[in-house]
Design a protein around this ligand. Sequence first.
Ligand code: GDP
Length: 548
Amino acid sequence: MGIRIYQLADELDLENKELIDILQELDIDINSHMSTIEEDTADIVRDMFEEEETEEESLENVIEVEDVLTVKELGEELDVKPNKLITELINMGTMATINQDLDMETMEELAAEYGYQIKEVEGEDEEEDIYGLVNDYEDKEEDLELRPPVVTVMGHVDHGKTTLLDAIRKTNVTEGEAGGITQHIGAYQVEVNDQKVTFLDTPGHEAFTSMRARGAQATDVAIIIVAADDGVMPQTVEAINHAQAAEVPIIVAVNKIDKPNAQPEKVKQELTEHGLVVEEWGGDTVTVPISALKQQNLDELLEMVLLTAEMEELKANPNRPANGVIVEAELDRGRGPVATALVKNGTLNIGDYIVAGSAHGRVRAMIDDHGQRVEKAGPATPVEVLGLSDVPSAGDILEVMPSGTNARDIAEEREEEKRARELVDHKTAVNLDDLFEQIQQGEIKDLNIVIKADVQGSIEALKESLLDLSTDEVQVNVVHGGVGGITETDVMLASASNAIIIGFNVRPGTNARKTAEKENIDIRTYRVIYRAIEDVRKAMEGLLEPDY
Ligand code: GDP
């Protein structure tokens, strides 16, 4: 029978993913249907961790230091009187006072005298995220309950995203709801084997990426749909890259298998070329052959979604003030601002004071995906929310506040901050002109690049040479390479992954250019590969002539 992966992960205090990585490293077979491994094998892993713990214990005499310490502070860490340290310092030839800052080297020397080691650790990133959560509720482990997974469907145009989303919705309405009106609110929930699954109903990766660019990751599982008569296409590759960049697990739905010219095996081959090796060939990518149109094999696809979600062990605390993310929002003539919120944690109730981006208000009414009025919405539930002062943007974080004044103050603060930020460029965006400086200041350790080119061959050539430019200080990564012009989606991906965009024999469209300006994304276009490589190399070395 064996032990379930998530149970073992719990026992060892690991994330499921970490455990799975370890198991794969060890070449241990996972029964993917049951997500279990043999007891004997579990013991091997348990043993590994016991050893590691003892190793950690021997590191007890390590003092973690974020910044310089004064003589007094170091004394406290070492449990030594400061006067003693001052004497030591005099012996070392340094006259020091009790409140004097010590440099790393001196701290190390002093600590060594008392059998301690100093370890320099990086401080927390202190940049304030004005759109992040305001309230900092800590959920206790015992308050957490399993919640439904949130799924996004992505893929190339015409490969069947809309058909699939419609089919799943139609075939999985719960009894009693059948025949009831279903309403498009940007997300819906279905029941599969008595378990709920939430689908984001805005196909395509624009929504996915724009949410991520705002730091509001809403998706737990990505279904990437590939038409078996067409194969892996540029937007398929984009979707794969987006999901991977967001570290969201992927399930591939090989669609249109009802068509006579369907070639599912060819799709699998092409997936391999993009780093997704299917299970039958020893990889870990789950593929499910389906026909969205004929509604074939959708149950199996949904079961795979549940299995994948189970590995993620998604939990939330329904008994706390809610927070969530805005999926869609518009100004309705009769009803005023209407926003679809996906609750991530807690429960949203009628009457709650809320803030969403720079909009605020009190929940006046909520309507679910069947057009029914509801009083409350728990974790992973999508609802239309009425009562906001303004129309928030997709991707804005929604949060319940203790009072109306509180919500309004925060919304106003954000509005002011937003205007102020629009005036000054946000400096953190990477660009080739300041790259060297950013590297020097330690702001950048990865140079992320999105490549767009007219032909696949150029992408490969560029990618290879760019990756070769990596140094000890900076790792060059190509987060996405695709054939075609530079689109708004490319810009949003670059924004989400703090990347620059290199276009080879392609240019940005008007919308892409506008968005790039807004998001402060550096787009460089070239006609000669050598020049692109030279520019990046020079930028990394601080030798690039400014681009006026
Ligand atoms: P989207 O652009 O990815 O949302 O694709 P659509 O869902 O609009 O589908 C594009 C076309 O493919 C439509 O004409 C659908 O009827 C058709 N289609 C979708 N799924 C299937 C399928 O499983 N089999 C067949 N034969 N056609 C399909």
